[in-house]
Design a protein around this ligand. Structure first.
Ligand code: GLV
Length: 320
């Protein structure tokens, strides 16, 4: 019998065809609407493989309905949407898509840093709304990036790739991580710092750590108060790592200078969210890895992981 697979969103048809060579496939067809929970609860009962996105919560109550599920293949590097422990207890393999999105996400992180530092969105809006009257010495002035100090919280693959970009801008690069990365320190000239020291010394703080109970609200009121009043916070990891209410306060009262956010605690973020009312916030709809090439590679890798697990081969990108 061919294994049954459910795919929770439309993915490139060549990738679907590859899975269809060996599996019976059903796919949620809406591009812009996540699969409703009731549909997923129904589908999960009778499938061998689940191909899902970070928009689906694969929790214990869903897994209780899975009678023969062998693999959950997440088309993302982060897997905080999945209760990995509950999956492991049931002998279900969980996989993710690391590596292929590293450079693209580092590009976006650096682009967001530049856009926030030089107020690109605000400047573009200013011009389009007809406010531009004349060249003026201090009009829309931002913060220098070249030669500034960057603090990276979470030095994984993306953090190291971001550091390479920063080195091209002659930046001093500090990092904080659970473990020291001595090779990266030597090769890239990075400096390890305790979190508080990094926050105090950095002109730009980039959050790139995985999201877990330990990193929830890692950046809160106390941490923001340690940062320079000219500092910029960039988050391209997960929204819940930064306490959004504390960030709003810090940005409103000048405790920090600006923020660039690709991620939010609740996604999609509501258009009336307080952070979106601030001129010194640049916001994006979670597009860190969104290049055509990279999203295609992620879709292919998630399919490969799924098929390897269904064939009983240990998939390369297993997280449990
Ligand atoms: C995107 O946020 C991912 O985890 O791949």
């Amino acid at each position: 019998m061919r294994p049954k697979v459910y795919i929770t969103r439309r993915i490139p048809s060549a990738v679907v065809a590859k899975i269809q060579e060996v599996c019976e496939v059903e796919m949620w067809q809406e591009e812009d609407i996540p699969v409703p929970r009731e549909v997923l609860e129904d589908k999960v009962k009778d499938i061998d493989g689940l191909y899902c996105l970070l928009t689906e919560s694969i929790d214990e109550s869903l897994l209780q309905r899975a009678n023969k599920l062998k693999v959950i293949s997440n088309m993302a590097v982060g897997f905080n949407n999945i209760d990995v422990e509950a999956a492991t207890q049931r002998g279900i393999i969980v996989t993710n898509t690391p590596g292929v999105l590293t450079e693209t996400t580092a590009d976006l992180t650096f682009a967001l840093l530049m856009a926030t530092a030089r107020r690109l969105v605000e400047a573009s809006d200013y011009l389009r709304e007809g406010s531009w009257k004349t060249w003026s010495p201090m009009l829309l002035t931002g913060q220098d990036v070249y030669g500034a100090t960057l603090g990276i919280i979470g030095l994984g693959r993306i953090g190291e790739s971001l550091a390479k970009r920063a080195k091209g801008f002659d930046m001093r690069v500090l990092y904080h991580n659970r473990s020291r990365k001595e090779q990266a320190e030597q090769v890239l000239g990075l400096e390890y710092k305790e979190l508080d020291a990094l926050l105090k010394q950095s002109d730009f703080v980039c959050v790139l750590t995985p999201y877990s109970p330990e990193t929830r609200n890692l950046i809160g009121e106390r941490e923001l108060s340690l940062m320079k009043s000219t500092a910029i916070l960039i988050n391209t990891a997960r929204g819940g790592i930064v306490d959004e209410a504390a960030l709003y306060q810090a940005l409103s009262n000048g405790a920090i200078w600006a923020a660039g956010l690709d991620v939010f605690e609740e996604e999609p973020v509501k258009p009336d969210h307080p952070l979106l009312t601030l001129p010194n916030v640049v916001t994006l709809p979670h597009i860190g890895s969104a290049s055509i090439q990279t999203r295609t590679k992620m879709a292919e890798l998630a399919a490969l992981n799924l098929l390897q697990a269904l064939r009983g081969e240990g998939p390369a990108h297993r997280v449990n």
